[in-house]
Design a binder for this molecule. Structure first.
Ligand code: IMP
Length: 421
């Protein structure tokens, strides 16, 4: 049986997972998305076309079976728009499969996300306002509506009960009431349209694996946004780490092979929360412009900073990362000098142990090693040994500190701009 390869974000998301997913799914039969919802977003460029994905595994572009696992929360409107976008580009959408146990996002989740965020005052998380957190709350509180319920006969009843309950909360907050009739009429059409794609994804995946099929799991968000292992409360409401891959698709740890941890040659974060290596200065602004660091989903400017190896070591520990995938070596190589955070100073002591405790991170000062930049144009280089010495030194320092090989190095924005080692 073939092992399942997994792609995960190592920091705060937006590491460029799409490119490596696209690369490794070349040898795969099935691409699976396991967690999160349309808070995620990545753009894949094929030829002169750009495809923006929020929910559908991008492996569908290369004709793979694309499964949205049970751990995902689905906004049906967004999913249907994505299906339309693929159809318009003559991509075979029959390859799309949606887990019958994935949960559905409704307008009350979006309204609740916005309401809770507004009421957080200066403790705002900076959510994407897509209803992700409330949808997971419903799932765990057991009032969630799964795909199987959504397309089944109980849908109307479940929806009406939920809207009645949510309206009581909205009314307490002086918010507008939701119209159950209008929502039901709108959403039952979405349910009808999505019904043909809904399957028992757990058995489908296991049967396929037993038949010798190769599966890749496309992680969304990233380690430091994990509800358990991220910088809580400045996190998303799912487990984008390795455990979420298992529970979000119904696969077991023995089936997992490679775990690719994706990072950039610098770092970035969207939304609030601690960020030890953030650069709130001209260098940070330069990195943002050079790396086009604006959100795919929300278009928000991303906070930018140096690469943090203390956090990366933690991501390796938590996820069992076997290979690192580093994007934007070309971007960082445009600076004169580059810094790499190799340790933190906390209360006068040096440490390389990361903690997601917000107070700890707010007090930590980064310890940097400095490297030479100005790598020149490296976009056409295909061999690691052909990179300029200063670029190799930077990559090798990362490997030395973290103890994991950088197996893929991104040298430019396009699919082909990659060095495979
Ligand atoms: P939520 O997932 O919309 O609840 O947002 C919670 C936090 O996670 C916010 O800081 C978001 O900006 C962040 N977040 C969620 N999804 C992503 C992502 O795909 N990339 C980067 N940040 C994300």
């Amino acid at each position: 049986m073939q092992k399942i390869d997994v792609v995960l974000g190592s920091f705060f998301g937006d590491e460029g997972k799409g490119k490596i997913i696209d690369f490794i799914s070349g040898n795969a039969d099935i691409a699976v998305r396991c967690t999160g919802g349309n808070n995620a977003g990545h753009t894949v460029e094929v030829g002169d076309k750009k495809f923006a994905f929020h929910l559908i595994p991008s492996g569908i572009l290369s004709g793979k079976d694309a499964v949205i696992g049970n751990g995902v929360v689905i906004d049906p409107k967004v999913l249907l728009a994505e299906i339309e976008m693929l159809k318009k580009n003559d991509i075979d959408v029959k390859k799309l499969m949606i887990s019958d146990h994935a949960h559905v996002i409704f307008p009350y989740d979006i309204q609740m996300d916005k309401l809770l965020e507004e009421n957080r005052g200066d403790g705002k998380i900076g959510t994407t306002a897509r209803g992700i957190g409330p949808a997971y709350c419903n799932k765990f509180e057991r009032s969630g509506i799964r795909m199987i319920d959504f397309i089944g006969t109980k849908f109307e009843k479940l929806l009406r009960v939920n809207i009645e309950n949510k309206n009581k909360i909205f009314s307490a907050f002086g918010q507008a009431q939701l119209d159950a009739n209008a929502i039901f009429e709108e959403y039952r059409i979405y349910a009808k349209k999505l019904k043909p794609y809904v399957i028992d994804s757990v058995n489908f995946l296991h049967n396929s694996i037993e038949d010798g099929k190769k599966v890749v799991c496309e992680g969304a968000q990233a380690t430091l946004l994990d509800i358990d292992f991220g910088t809580y409360p400045f996190v998303t409401s799912s487990n984008p780490t390795i455990g979420g891959i298992c529970t979000g698709a119904g696969i077991n740890p023995h089936q997992i092979g490679k775990v690719y941890g994706v990072l950039k040659a610098y770092s970035s974060r969207v939304g609030a929360g601690p960020y030890v290596t953030e650069l709130q200065n001209k260098i940070g602004d330069t990195i943002r412009e050079l790396g086009h660091e604006y959100g795919t989903t929300t278009k928000r400017p991303r906070r930018c900073g140096w690469l943090d190896l203390v956090a990366l070591r933690y991501a390796v520990r938590v996820n069992g990362i076997t290979d690192l995938v580093m994007n934007h070596l070309d971007t960082i190589g445009k600076l004169d000098k580059i810094k790499l955070c190799v340790a933190y100073m906390y209360k006068g002591k040096r440490t390389t142990d990361f903690s997601t405790n917000v107070e700890f991170l707010e007090k930590c000062k980064p310890v940097y090693e400095e490297f030479e930049g100005n790598f020149g144009d490296i976009s056409k280089i295909k061999k690691f040994s052909a990179l300029p010495k200063k670029a190799r030194e930077y990559v090798e320092a990362i490997e030395r500190h973290v103890g994991v090989k950088v197996s893929f190095v991104g040298t430019g924005p396009k699919r082909e701009h990659v060095i495979v080692r």
